[in-house]
Design a protein around this ligand. Sequence first.
Ligand code: NAP
Length: 289
Amino acid sequence: MSDVSVIGLGEMGSALAAAILRAGKTVTVWNRTPAKAEPRVREGARLAGRVVEAIEASPTLVICVADYSATAGVLDAAGAMEALEGRLVIQLTSGVPRQARTLNERVKLAGARYLDGAIAAWPRQIGGPEAAVIASGAEPVFVEAKATLSLLAGKLSYVGPEIGSALALFNAALSYLAGHWIGFSHGAAICDAEGLAVETFGDMMASLSPSLAEDLQHMGRVISRNQFDAPESTLRTAGADISRLVELSRDLDIGCAWPSFATSIFQAAIGEGLGGQEHCAITKVLRRG
Ligand code: NAP
């Protein structure tokens, strides 16, 4: 027996296995493409030839493959479900809450305990203080999994017993990051077109990050309390500023996709009479199915 088996040795799974090995644990690994296991085998991991061997090898199983359908495919391997009985399964593959709920049912039926986790870190950060893992599932299962998870991430957040919560929060953060990445990249195009150093733009945004962090907490409070009526600057004002980005992008002959999209959301909110409210009142438009 080894301490932990790691299924999936892509960029992230390899980093997870390496961190567990560095902590002095014995590790069995399995990957669809066995050649990727070579670096971990040189560090002392044992390579399982079949999924079922990896599951049988350890009381704790960490899964990190491309997505939940890949996980389902791995568990379809001969003997895999039977071998799960009595094991702790920590799924660190990204997906959506519905997929975590489905997998939880399947794993429970096999007589195993299931914890769902979402990784908010780059592979190079795994095992260090900056790596974050958000986890959800029955609390006793989290307590059991903590010993393994703390080898992987310095920032461990348990967000409750509902199995889909970790992935719900992970996807909420991803939604935020989508705007962050697109917004920065469009800003970089503006700087480039105006002959300004994009690196300086990055430094300027970094210096603003403490007040942006405060704004995130402010929006969290305003939206959760449904109190949009005391804006320091209105949604209408922000909407006018953002629509000017379309004009500027045309002046600079750069793409208008991002500012046009952002303008359409603000215009829709203003059209619904929300112009006098806080910027984040656009959530009322965005949340409708
Ligand atoms: P990756 O480097 O592309 O590796 C994907 C892994 O999934 C490989 O081990 C691959 O096996 C395996 N796989 C794919 N399809 C499979 C299938 N049908 N059956 C069995 N195995 C299959 O991706 P990654 O960066 O390691 O990401 C893995 C998970 O971590 C993803 O859910 C990702 O969202 C999450 N994550 C990654 C990062 C990051 O920065 N990389 C950050 C946070 C979360 P082969 O080697 O045989 O192709």
